[in-house]
Ligand binder design. Sequence first.
Ligand code: ZN
Length: 442
Amino acid sequence: MKSSSVTQTQTASQEKQQSPQIKVSTQTQTKTIDKLIKDYEAIIGIETHVQLSTLTKAFCGCPYNYGAQPNTSICPVCMGLPGLPNISVDIPIATNGYVDLDLPVEFGGGHRRYSVSFFLNVISVSSAPGIAVDLNRAGVPLLEIVSEPDMRNGIEAAEYAAEIQRVVHYLGISNGNMQGGSLRCDVNVSIRPIGRSEFGTKVEIKNLNSFSSVNRAIDFEISRQVFLHSQGQGSSIVQETRLWEEGAQKTITMRKKEGLSDYRYFPEPDLPEVIVKKECIDSIQNSLPELPEMKRRRYESMGLSMQDVLFLANDINVAEFFDATIAKGADVKLATNWIMGDIAAYMKNDLEASLENAMCSMVVEKAGGGVRQAKPSIVDPAHIEKMVDKVLSENPKQLEQYRAGKTKIQGFFAGQVMKLSRGKANPGLLNKILQQKLNATS
Ligand SMILES: [Zn+2]
């Protein structure tokens, strides 16, 4: 069980979202664009690159170990020397696939299904600081998951990317780490006036490495294109590759798009076609674990709200922990509250903590179907802070005594806050906030 996985796999909506806005120049212009956007429809498609966690590279026996000395795990095949097998990425290895998604309620809710195709590619070359070329990563398999242009805004696209990450986590085929480059998104964005059927010129934004940047880059790009279009400058939207500048919160031109011929693709004559038998596909299908979509439907059928369902199914470790708790006979709703309250707060407060630790510190009661310590608890620091402030302002004498050196009186304050919260305040948080307030100089 990985300790940091919960923080890594927050849903796109749980990542800090900023409202879509474009900093063209003035606030008035921003308002105008927000109005204009209603007259347009955005067409968005995503290409997700997932680095597969294989023991060796795709077409040779070289192992791939992240962080190894440059150029220590290479051979003629993965170096791509002339005459040796290479692969063409333009033929899908699987089509007619789909990705299911439940949008969080705050973003309109509802169930969506997106069509996708799969391509197998290998990483070509990457460089390391101080080294001209490092070929260690060359030949490492990449799964490219290409969606149909079915999305309409940044948040939908970001949620889609989060679902891809969940699926690869559930399957255990990749660590799905966006910062580490194991999962990257390229998005294609175009706009058209509502009612028009032909597509506008699409612009690609490459190498987005967080869900929030997927969201913000797309919304910025939509605003930029709508603004140009509305000013009669639609022709200046050209087919190009752009980059998202995190600092400036805008997209910039990286390169004008090459035609396919510029990539110098040619079919590789040495690679035979691989035909996968139906029995092979069936046996893989039968060996699949329960995927996020199935889990969500199962949790939903237990009577849980969509908010609970999305929280529990978001992280495979949390979901497995929940399943184990239920299997021991715990009440579904009590266990959910407990995991979403105490356990989530515990893990937020201590990033090093794993669920196993959490499990050790809290006891699941086998018999009776109950969960001990499942008492609802207040874990919102702002809420606790308010109560602490109230108690301090109501007890000025004691506060004076504390600040004069009688620090043992802290217990009195803690007791008062706990009483005010009817025993529900999280004790750790309470004491932390109380101490900060007591020791504040003002
Ligand atoms: Zn090799």
